[in-house]
Design a protein around this ligand. Structure first.
Ligand SMILES: Cc1cc2nc3c(=O)[nH]c(=O)nc-3n(C[C@H](O)[C@H](O)[C@H](O)COP(=O)(O)OP(=O)(O)OC[C@H]3O[C@@H](n4cnc5c(N)ncnc54)[C@H](O)[C@@H]3O)c2cc1C
Length: 389
C-alpha cells in the first residue's frame, strides 16, 4: 500500500488537467484511469479537432452557462479564464487558433495533440498515470481515503473525483463517481441528455434529410412562453433534427425539465417552422450530461465537498454542463485547476501557479480563415452524411 498527497480518479479532460496542475504545484499525485489509454472522450471532441475553449471573457461565459451552473463556476473561470487557457496551451507548445463562433482549437486541429501534451506534461512533472486501473471503491478512512482498484489499493489524504458524466459510456465515463459521492453522503441530480438532437415523428421531415440551414435561431416554447433561445446550425437527419442550434436547445429542455415543448426554428429568410419532437436522443449519444453531484453541496470557491471533507470534484461528474463551443472543456480544465490549487493550499504549498503572461497586444491566439466544419457543412448539402457534433 503506497501513500500520495492526492489521488485523482479519472484520466479524462478534467483528470489530466488536474494531474498537470498537481505537477505544477509540486504535489505528489496519482491519476487513475479505467481505460488502457486516457482521454478517450477528449479525442472525440470537436470532431477530433478539439474545441478547447472559447475566445470570450469569463464574465460572458458565466452568463452563457446560465443558472445554476454559471454562478457556481465563476471562481474557477476567474482563476483560469478562457484566455489563460489559450496561453497555458501555447506555453506548453500548442498554439491555439480562433475560428468562427469564437471557438478555440489547437493550431494543428488535432485532439491527439492535446492529449499528447497532457501525457507529456504528466511524465515531465513526475505525476503517475495508472491506466487500466478501474477504481472499484472509494472509502473514507480516519486520515483520508482508501481507493481500491481491481489491481491495488492506495491511500491519500485528499481525493479528486473526475470521472465525468454518463454520455458515450464506451469512453469510460459510466457514473461511478456519482455513485461514490452518493455513498459518501451527496445528493445526485438525475441524469438527462444535454447537447443531443431530437427525435421527430418519421415523415415530418421527409424529403429534407441531409439539409443544413446555417445561422438559424431556435425558440424553445413551453405553454406558449419562450423558455430560452439558441442560435447556430439546423440539420435534418434520418432520425430527427440536430445541429448546434438544436443541440443547445436540448440543454434548455433538460435544465427546465420540459415535457411538452415546441421548437420554433427561425430561418434566415424570415420563415419559421415549429417542431414538436418525440423526445431528446438517448443520453448515450448526448455530448454532455445534465445532472450529477448536486452543486449546493460543493464549496464553489474550493470545489471541496461540504459533506465529506478532503473530497474534491472536477468536470462533468458535477451537475455542470455548458453549450457547444468549448464551454465544457473549459469548465473541466478550470474546475480541475481550482480543485488542485485548493488541495495544494491544504498541503501547505505556498506558491501558486506560474503567471501566464498575456501576450503583447495583437499577438493573442491566431485567427484563421473560415471554419473547415462550415465548408464540410456546405458540401453536405449535396447529400453527404456526417455525424451530428
Ligand atoms: C462527441 C463529443 C464531442 C465533444 N466535443 C467537445 C468540444 O469540442 N468542446 C468541448 O468543450 N466539449 C466537448 N465535449 C464535451 C467534453 O468532452 C466533456 O465535457 C469533457 O470530456 C468532460 O471531461 P471530464 O474529465 O469531466 O470527463 P471525461 O472526459 O468523460 O473523463 C472521465 C474519465 O474518468 C474515467 N473513469 C470513469 N470511471 C472510472 C473508474 N471507476 N476508475 C477509473 N477511471 C474512471 C473514464 O474512463 C474517463 O477517462 C464533447 C463530448 C462528446 C461526447
Amino acid at each position: 500500500m503506497s501513500k500520495t498527497d492526492l489521488i485523482i480518479i479519472g484520466g479524462g479532460a478534467a483528470g489530466l488537467m488536474a494531474g498537470c496542475a498537481a505537477g505544477e504545484l509540486g504535489l505528489k499525485a496519482l491519476v487513475l484511469e479505467r481505460k488502457a489509454k486516457p482521454g478517450r472522450k477528449l479525442l472525440m471532441c470537436g470532431n477530433s479537432r478539439c474545441n478547447l475553449t472559447t475566445n470570450i471573457s469569463e464574465d460572458r461565459m458565466v452568463q452563457m452557462f446560465g443558472d445554476p451552473v454559471g454562478p457556481f463556476l465563476e471562481p474557477a473561470l476567474k482563476a483560469f479564464t478562457p484566455s489563460m487557457s489559450q496561453r497555458w496551451f501555447a506555453a506548453h507548445g500548442l498554439k491555439t487558433v480562433v475560428k468562427t463562433g469564437n471557438k478555440v482549437y489547437p493550431h494543428t486541429e488535432r485532439a491527439a495533440d492535446v492529449l499528447n501534451l497532457f501525457t507529456d506534461q504528466l511524465r515531465d512533472r513526475n505525476v503517475s498515470l495508472a491506466c487500466s486501473s478501474v477504481v472499484q471503491a472509494l472509502e473514507k478512512t480516519k486520515n483520508g481515503f482508501r481507493v481500491t482498484t481491481d489491481n491495488f489499493v492506495v491511500e491519500s489524504k485528499y481525493v479528486l473525483i473526475a470521472t465525468g458524466g454518463v454520455s458515450y459510456p464506451k469512453t469510460g465515463s459510466v457514473g461511478d463517481g456519482q455513485d461514490w459521492a452518493k455513498k459518501l453522503g451527496h445528493q445526485v441530480e438525475a441524469f438527462r441528455p444535454g447537447l443531443a438532437g431530437f427525435e421527430v415523428e418519421p415523415g415530418v421531415l421527409q424529403g429534407r434529410v441531409g439539409k443544413i440551414y446555417e445561422k438559424v435561431t431556435v425558440d424553445v416554447l413551453s405553454k406558449g412562453n419562450v423558455v430560452g433561445q439558441t442560435r447556430g446550425v439546423f440539420e435534418i437527419e434520418k432520425w430527427g433534427v440536430g445541429g448546434t442550434a438544436l443541440t443547445d436547445a436540448s440543454r434548455i429542455v433538460a435544465r427546465h425539465d420540459l415535457k411538452n415543448y415546441v421548437l420554433k426554428v427561425n430561418l434566415l429568410d424570415g420563415k419559421s417552422e415549429e417542431i414538436r419532437p418525440l423526445n431528446t436522443r438517448s443520453i448515450k449519444e448526448a455530448m454532455v450530461t445534465v445532472g450529477g453531484v448536486a452543486l449546493d453541496e460543493i464549496d464553489f470557491q474550493t470545489l471541496e465537498s461540504k459533506v465529506c471533507p478532503g473530497l474534491y470534484f472536477a468536470g462533468e461528474v458535477m451537475d455542470v454542463d455548458g453549450p457547444t463551443g468549448g464551454y465544457n472543456l473549459q469548465a473541466a480544465f478550470a474546475t480541475a485547476r481550482l480543485a488542485v490549487s485548493s488541495v495544494a493550499k491544504r498541503c501547505g504549498k505556498k506558491d501558486g501557479f506560474q503567471t501566464l503572461e498575456a501576450p503583447p497586444k495583437g499577438q493573442g491566439a491566431r485567427r484563421r480563415g473560415p471554419d473547415r466544419r462550415e465548408h464540410a457543412g456546405k458540401q453536405r448539402r449535396s447529400g453527404q452524411k456526417r455525424r451530428n457534433r
